[in-house]
Design a protein around this ligand. Structure first.
Ligand SMILES: [Zn+2]
Length: 109
């Protein structure tokens, strides 16, 4: 049973890995502060520790507040990452998108 205030972690990691080059054992971009598709790179990009991202991976889900921050850090609106986003987020009355500037008009107000 899906936790109603969470979304699966898979889609955002898929998005991350699809956009970035694979991690290389030596001479990887991430060693010099750049980005690769590794989970460690992802954690650094969204501003969480390795241990946190691995804990989320074990659970398989991310609560929508954290998911929203992750999507924003990747420059995406969460609805583009999780198609079910509107249905999940609408159940949380206090939820407000952290970034409203690029929302379609139908989602504002
Ligand atoms: Zn790397």
């Amino acid at each position: 049973m899906l936790e109603s205030r969470s979304v699966p972690i898979g889609p955002i990691l898929d998005l991350w890995t699809s956009r970035l080059p694979e991690h290389r054992r030596s001479d990887c971009a991430c060693i010099g502060g750049g980005w690769c598709s590794s989970t460690e790179s992802f954690a650094r990009r969204v501003g969480i520790s390795h241990t946190t991202v691995y804990r989320r991976l074990r659970r398989g889900y991310v609560d929508i507040y954290e998911a929203d921050r992750w999507a924003a850090a990747l420059g995406e609106h969460p609805v583009r990452v999780w198609p079910e986003w509107d249905r999940v987020a609408v159940e949380v009355e206090s939820y407000r998108p952290s970034k409203c500037d690029d929302l379609p008009a139908t989602l504002v107000g």
